[in-house]
Design a protein. Sequence first.
Lengths: 411, 411, 155, 155
Amino acid sequence: MLDTARIRQDFPILSRKVNGVPLVYLDNAATSQKPRSVIRALVDYYERYNSNVHRGVHTLSMEATDAMEEARQKVADFVNAESPSCIIWTRNTTEALNLVAQGWAMEHVAAGERIVTTAMEHHSNLVPWQRVARERGAELRILPLAEDGALDLSDVNSIIDTRTRLVTAVHVSNSLGTINPVKALAARAKEVGAAFLVDGAQSVPHMPVDVQDIGCDFMAFSGHKMLGPTGIGVLYARREALERMEPFLVGGEMVLQVSYEDATWNDLPMRFEAGTPNVADAIGMGAAVDYLNGLGMDRVREHEIQITGYALDAFGEIEDLDVFGPADPEKRGGVIPFHTTEVHAHDFGTVLDRRGIAVRTGHHCTMPLMETLGVAATARASFYVYNTEEEVDVLVDAVKEAMRYFLDGSR
Amino acid sequence: MLDTARIRQDFPILSRKVNGVPLVYLDNAATSQKPRSVIRALVDYYERYNSNVHRGVHTLSMEATDAMEEARQKVADFVNAESPSCIIWTRNTTEALNLVAQGWAMEHVAAGERIVTTAMEHHSNLVPWQRVARERGAELRILPLAEDGALDLSDVNSIIDTRTRLVTAVHVSNSLGTINPVKALAARAKEVGAAFLVDGAQSVPHMPVDVQDIGCDFMAFSGHKMLGPTGIGVLYARREALERMEPFLVGGEMVLQVSYEDATWNDLPMRFEAGTPNVADAIGMGAAVDYLNGLGMDRVREHEIQITGYALDAFGEIEDLDVFGPADPEKRGGVIPFHTTEVHAHDFGTVLDRRGIAVRTGHHCTMPLMETLGVAATARASFYVYNTEEEVDVLVDAVKEAMRYFLDGSR
Amino acid sequence: MAPDDLDGLYRDAILDHCRNPRNRALVERPDVSANAVNPFCGDEVRLQAALDSDGRISRIGLQAVGCAINQASGSMLTEAVLGRTIKEARAASDAFQAMMQGRDTAAVEGPLTALAGVKKAPVRVKCALLAWSALDDGIEDEERRRKDTSGLIPD
Amino acid sequence: MAPDDLDGLYRDAILDHCRNPRNRALVERPDVSANAVNPFCGDEVRLQAALDSDGRISRIGLQAVGCAINQASGSMLTEAVLGRTIKEARAASDAFQAMMQGRDTAAVEGPLTALAGVKKAPVRVKCALLAWSALDDGIEDEERRRKDTSGLIPD
Ligand SMILES: Cc1ncc(COP(=O)(O)O)c(C=O)c1O
Ligand SMILES: Cc1ncc(COP(=O)(O)O)c(C=O)c1O
């Protein structure tokens, strides 16, 4: 198991007080906190070797280039990518998904063909496909939801048919916690000759992920959700897929030769990285990967199963409170969305904040899913490596307090 | 005048040694170094109030949102934008320029119409227009170069004609130093009903810039070139222009309502900021603006005129060395590109690096311009607020040494 | 964990109005009618009011869906403007908005003052304002209609 | 400012070859011919060689444009492979690349060893390798051609 007490020492923000009480940070699905080593990597970069990268012959530039490429290698190894040239730096998951939509799907999806996604996608993995489908005259199909917050795959073979060019699914749902069977979906996609894209925003930070084992063509994830800085994300793509992609942003660094009339593209991965990259935060993301590797992703996953199970049990005892997503903690990530007709999600959010507890409230960028679930908003607690069962206790007490408070004013 | 001795104290990296000698950092046009206050702003964010922004009801989220929006206001004020909602966060200048190309020009430039740019553009302000012109069947016209490194505007009225939909120009050339007459170009663009886009990557960091006074519709610039972090840039756009733009990246945060079939867009500026923004670096860019305001942009400009004049004089005395760009330091930014047939730019780069001096060598992402100038590569020294005349002396000595060395092996 | 702390935000008046919202029945043949939605939290307000011959709000109905602050604010609104002229209602709305934006608390009276505590949670201020923005919209529509009508029918 | 420091990088042999490049004249009817370009710094190499009946490089011409390291490396290359068989030339190329990539310095002799100092400026290593990549390409082409020809004309 993780030594959370020791881990907490590494996160300066966790000693902060909010509204006079200790911070209980349970908004990790939105963004994670950062260990000292990640912050230190940024400071180190800016204090010692900040420079523009690529093609600089001076020492700082060589050092910055080496450090950024080393970080790329770390990220490649972290998800078992076949090569660092399959790792494209983006700002976040959203940009990575749009890169596939604009650079790959706009080129390879034709009128009458299909794109298949799921009923539990984040807006970032839904709206880009609406646009591709509209512009290309393709059909966007949705894999529906089953009763228990899992995908209903009973019709998967007719939904993903031979006219399907792209299948995409969220690996772990940020609104339900559900872990989707991406390996099976990859296999079905392969069967019909479709590409397969995984939204790994909530999986890569929280469990061992192996892109080659899954068999996906693309995977998108964000540094800021995995202990890394804001402003850096990743698109992993198989080399063959990258080679069939058009650059999305054009300009400096991604070209080989340029005349006033025309330009040729640079090698991979630079072809997809126009302009000065986010050097510092790429290096910071490398430091985050180091930190996670130090903990061991198996143990990170174990810890989350444990704390999620603990929280599910405690929430299960609160009358009139609904918790969404699979009941079995082995089948879900560390995300607990809860809802009651007695207390609106925003009131939960405000009351919990007065108790130092940070949870997210609202539609979690999954409005259509919310409509399917029949709720306008939920409150969501989400865990990470530094969260403890004591924090779950604080949360559960505060939830109960809020419910009593709004029901009859008693405390 | 700037108190460079005091300013240097604020930049931790400047006390570094490179190859055993003090760093002389003269690669500021590629990227600038960062004062302690900017680094501190990042650390502060990550140690005290890191959180995802927008719609979070908990304290950290509110603090992060407020700080990011405050930074947006600072940047708006810095270039005298009419409103902070005219400031779109991007990764860098390149992304900002592509946003105009994809979001505005693809929508508004039709077959047979014209886009006009200049002969001294960075690849990032040339290749996007090649793509728009090709995809829309428009014509890309180039304002040519005059003898002295300025634009030749003798035919401007026939080049920018009534079929022109967009005019774009670099404000200060990163390869020549030339300051272009953007106000006059804005006036001509307006006359013919074209939009006007300024590449401000080399002007906003170095001189007072007022987008309303210039009369441009769009201006792009990068945080990392103006003492700010990597990974954050800005597109300024007039409100009317923004309202006629299509979102470029779609997904979370930039939508208002989403169903499985369709989505509506959020208000400005969020409409153009999909996914989790680069919160930390936006705040860092705000701190950079504070620092520059503390110095006073008039004085920053004065300092650069002075040091550039000093360097031009010293370089002028070196036989067989060509310096490109306008002779008058008032007509150029703090960028000195130099070239000699005796010593290749890369050899300059390496020799200077052995002396601790960081200069950039190569085509500076302006290959077509290099071809026009008839050189394959130049070495380029570029100055900023912390550079001193003593550093120019070190540079000039090293350049002379390199020339002697390659010519006859004497030192 | 001081309960006082929550009470500063959710004062008794708020909880009372939230548990027992006043004037929930919509009115027949309304003169003023408007909806307001906050898509981000799913809060919704539906407001209808009828005017008597003096231009006073003689009946009002408001249905608020969503958080406690939105519901309470809507319920209090109905009590605050019932019997007032359109002009007075608009002034009440201005005063309430001034209070919630921290500009001026002077002109707000009665249970509505309880909502001032919401300023402690600034993102929630827009919850408190939703019903009032419906009121403003409804009044504006009605005034535009009157102007149009008076323009069309010369007297 | 130790001049030694520069000498580690730009040794006398390098400066000599750079100032007086050997074998600059291109050859007539070359058997091996290739160009290499590094678009980023504008370095260019044009290489031509003729083989005698034993398959030895009997004449060689190389024109290098660009930095000192590229020019010196190209000039040294011509001296290193003149008179060698194609196989020997390829071995020399492998050995040189091994040295420049820091893998193995053993097999490099003569003036070429002077280029080992370039490793101090790692980005410049590709300048030293440009001419050799042209040699590799040219040899590969020639070998493919021979294979094709021998396949076409049965003996
Ligand atoms: C004039 C000019 N335009 C655009 C750019 C591109 O900026 P960035 O690399 O930050 O996107 C640069 C910087 O290299 C520049 O100097
Ligand atoms: C499942 C999922 N996909 C995509 C995203 C978007 O990530 P980002 O905001 O970093 O682009 C998120 C995060 O909110 C997410 O949870």
